[in-house]
Ligand binder design. Structure first.
Ligand code: ATP
Length: 251
């Protein structure tokens, strides 16, 4: 088991964003977190990466309680994420954006080119090579010198994934990666996430694109008003009456 969410609750003032949620993710799975708007999905990501601490409950990663660890420590442990709203550095090249991700786990300074030691220069070269490999993986190598803001929307989303991968995560959290994508972009996103899985990386994905979720995920948890409504395989979730009622709707 890679990640265990144990009886996690989060209150914001009077709002119970998450109520006693428990689920766990096995190594190598693509695990879906779905549910209506405001169900608590992004809050769960914010708790896993300790943007906020849970009001109660524990988050266990590879057997270690990471509930109160600082966010950068959680990245060092191997959890990395993308955001619902794209958070790239718009006026940095695609390559530099990916290298920033790599620097989360290195000592070389991406911004300073003057005061570098020999070993930092070597590390910088290695990071550049790794960033180019990741850009190739996400199909953006030809755009490596393009400012992030000049990339198409789907390309920016893929660039975010490359940046997250640059810190060598063993667990990748994707927050609505297909949002705003057209069908072709979604198809290539599917291929990319499958490729990430084949690299041995476990994936937890929040997504509203149900055909994608059902095709991609091994297992799914459904949240509704902060509570776990159901958990199961895509087949089980699609035929669950409570899930159909609350979220999926009838065809
Ligand atoms: P969506 O699919 O629309 O992104 P979601 O399932 O990700 O929704 P969350 O963003 O986790 O839902 O929000 C869950 C609830 O918690 C909502 O009622 C939201 O307003 C509230 N909430 C989230 N973050 C905060 C915060 N920082 N302060 C106060 N309330 C918050």
């Amino acid at each position: 088991m890679v990640l265990k969410i144990q009886n996690v609750s989060k209150n914001f003032g009077g709002i119970n964003a998450l109520k006693d949620v428990t689920f766990s993710i096995n190594e190598g799975e693509i695990y879906g977190l779905i549910g209506p708007n405001g169900a608590g999905k992004t809050t769960m990501f914010n708790l896993i990466t300790n943007i906020f601490e849970p009001t109660s409950g524990e988050i266990i990663f590879n057997g270690e309680n990471i509930t109160a660890l600082k966010s950068y420590k959680i990245t060092e442990k191997g959890i990395c994420r993308t955001y619902q709203n794209i958070r790239l550095f718009p006026q940095m090249s695609a390559l530099k954006n990916v290298m920033v991700g790599g620097h989360c786990r290195s000592n070389a300074g991406v911004f300073s080119s003057v005061f570098r030691t020999k070993s930092q220069r070597k590390e910088e070269q290695e990071l550049t090579k790794k960033a180019e490999e990741l850009l190739e993986l996400v199909g953006l190598l030809e755009f490596k010198d393009t400012f992030a803001e000049n990339l198409a929307y789907g390309q920016q989303r893929r660039l975010e994934i490359a940046r997250a991968l640059a810190s060598n995560p063993s667990l990748l959290l994707l927050d609505e990666p297909a949002a705003g994508m057209n069908e072709k972009e979604t198809d290539s996103l599917y291929d990319l996430i499958k490729m990430v899985q084949s690299m041995g990386i476990t994936v937890l994905i929040i997504e509203h694109d149900m055909p994608l979720v059902m095709k991609l995920c091994d297992r799914i948890t459904v949240l509704n008003f902060g509570e776990k409504l159901a958990e199961g395989t895509p087949e089980e979730i699609q035929s669950n009456e409570a899930v159909i009622e609350a979220y999926l709707g009838k065809e």
